[in-house]
Structure formats: structure tokens, C-alpha cells
Write a protein that binds this ligand. Structure first.
Ligand code: 3PY
Length: 253
């Protein structure tokens, strides 16, 4: 099994929290709670590259041990390069459907000669002061995870996971259920079959497997899946649940 820091240990599932509210206070608060990682969303959030830099700083300042997994907006090489210049621990690329797409992603995140990522003078190279080590450490400084969330992606899960440079796959339950025509029905046979297939294929290739499990029911169910890391909490859900519960309580007094 290839080592992945998104796995606490072989027996223990790494637990993360998802950040969609792009404010450093949220990153700092949640990172101080003891999660193994914070997943920072830039696909479905208003976070800009500039805000992302401050979120990463806030997580690091909070305890120095919580890892950062940034979900990028897309697989565009510019998006990937700009994100990696900010030095997250891992990137998560959404909507990856084929091994060819995964290969192109690996090429985009590696500097020459392995790939074609441009050399930047960002955080990852301490603002240009360690360009040489940044390029040398290229393959080990961060990990690359891809999101499987379509029928085609599940069919190709083994090939995608086998691409050299892919460190993990992440099952997107909502999009996968939508793609399979059973949106939100996580008990549907075609959904559970697809999930089992994706997990088995990726595990056979020795890469980490993660997924969302941010609600109580999904935490219970998906911790039983053979996955290495889960997103166990989500800022917007906590805020909504807490606000609704406070209102409900006040109205009943
Ligand atoms: C999924 O669950 O499919 C997601 O990617 C949610 O953003």
C-alpha cells in the first residue's frame, strides 16, 4: 500500500472537515479541533486564489499538523499550478472520468522533465528562495487525488488509480448518484454497486480512497465502507444546523 498522509494509520480512517466558507477564522477554528485534514473547496465556493492562500496560512497557524486538501475548480493546468504554488498538502481534482485525463493532470502538476508545470515563485518555493528544492521535491511535496463521480469514472476506476502520480481517489456521492439516475438515493443498488466497484478497483491499485460522510447517517454508513479518509464535517452544515437549533430552542422557551 502506498503511504498516504490522508490515512491516519492502516486501521484508522483519517477524518476531515470541509470548508466552503472561505474565511480564515473558519479555517483557524476548525483546524484547532483535531481533525486530520481540512478539505478546502474552491469548486463550489467563492474562494479565490488569494483567499485560498490565507486559508492555508490559517490552517497551518492553528496547529501545524492538520493537513490541507484543496479541491480545485477544474483540471486546467493553470488552476492546478496556481493552487500548488500556494503549497497545500494535497489537491483534489473533480470530475475525472478517464485514465487519459488523470495522466494529463499528473503532467500538469509535475515540473519538467516529468511534466510541464511552470516553475513559480510562490509559497511552495518560499517565494522563489528555494526554487531548486521545489522542483526537486516536485513529486513528494504534495499528493494528487481525483474525484470519481460518473458512471464512466467508476468503469475506469482501476485504470485511473493505476496512473503513476495519482495518490488517491475520492468518491463524490452526490454527483455519482445524480449521474447514475438515482440522485440522493444512496441506498439504490446501482449506487452501492458502483461505490463498491470503485473502492475495490482503487484499493487493488494501492491508492487511498476517500469520500464525503458529513451527516450523521452517512458517517455511520460510510465509515463501514473500506475507505481511508472521510470528510466527517462541513462548515455550512454546522452553521445551518446550529442556527436552526438555536432558533427552534428559543421559540420553544
Ligand atoms: C459530491 O458529493 O458528489 C460532491 O462532489 C459534492 O460537492
Amino acid at each position: 500500500m502506498r503511504d498516504s498522509s490522508l490515512r491516519s494509520s492502516a486501521e484508522e480512517t483519517a477524518l476531515g472537515s470541509w470548508q466552503a466558507v472561505p474565511h480564515p477564522a473558519v479555517a483557524e477554528l476548525v483546524a484547532g479541533l483535531g481533525y486530520d485534514f481540512i478539505g478546502i473547496d474552491t469548486e463550489h465556493s467563492p474562494a479565490t486564489t488569494e483567499t485560498l492562500a490565507n486559508l492555508l496560512r490559517a490552517v497551518e497557524a492553528a496547529d501545524g499538523e492538520t493537513e490541507t486538501l484543496v479541491r480545485v475548480a477544474d483540471d486546467d493546468p493553470t488552476t492546478l499550478g496556481q493552487t500548488l504554488d500556494l503549497a497545500p498538502d494535497a489537491v483534489l481534482v473533480p470530475m475525472v472520468h478517464t485514465a487519459e485525463q488523470a495522466e494529463a493532470i499528473v503532467e500538469a502538476v509535475r515540473h519538467p522533465p516529468a511534466g510541464n508545470r511552470g516553475v513559480g515563485t510562490g509559497r511552495a518555493s518560499t517565494y522563489g528562495r528555494s526554487l531548486d528544492t521545489q522542483v526537486e521535491a516536485d513529486d513528494t511535496a504534495f499528493r494528487t487525488h481525483v474525484q470519481l463521480e460518473s458512471e464512466q469514472a467508476v468503469e475506469n476506476a482501476g485504470e485511473i488509480a493505476a496512473v503513476d502520480g495519482i495518490d488517491g481517489v475520492f468518491i463524490g456521492p452526490i454527483d455519482l448518484s445524480a449521474a447514475l439516475g438515482c440522485f440522493g438515493d444512496f441506498e439504490a443498488e446501482r449506487f452501492t454497486t458502483a461505490v463498491e466497484r470503485a473502492i475495490e478497483a482503487a484499493t487493488d491499485e494501492g491508492v487511498a480512497v476517500g469520500t464525503f460522510a458529513a451527516g450523521e447517517q452517512s458517517r455511520e454508513r460510510r465509515l463501514a465502507w473500506d475507505v481511508d479518509y472521510i470528510v466527517a464535517g462541513m462548515d455550512l452544515a454546522h452553521l445551518g444546523d446550529g442556527a436552526a437549533a438555536a432558533l427552534d430552542h428559543a421559540e420553544r422557551l
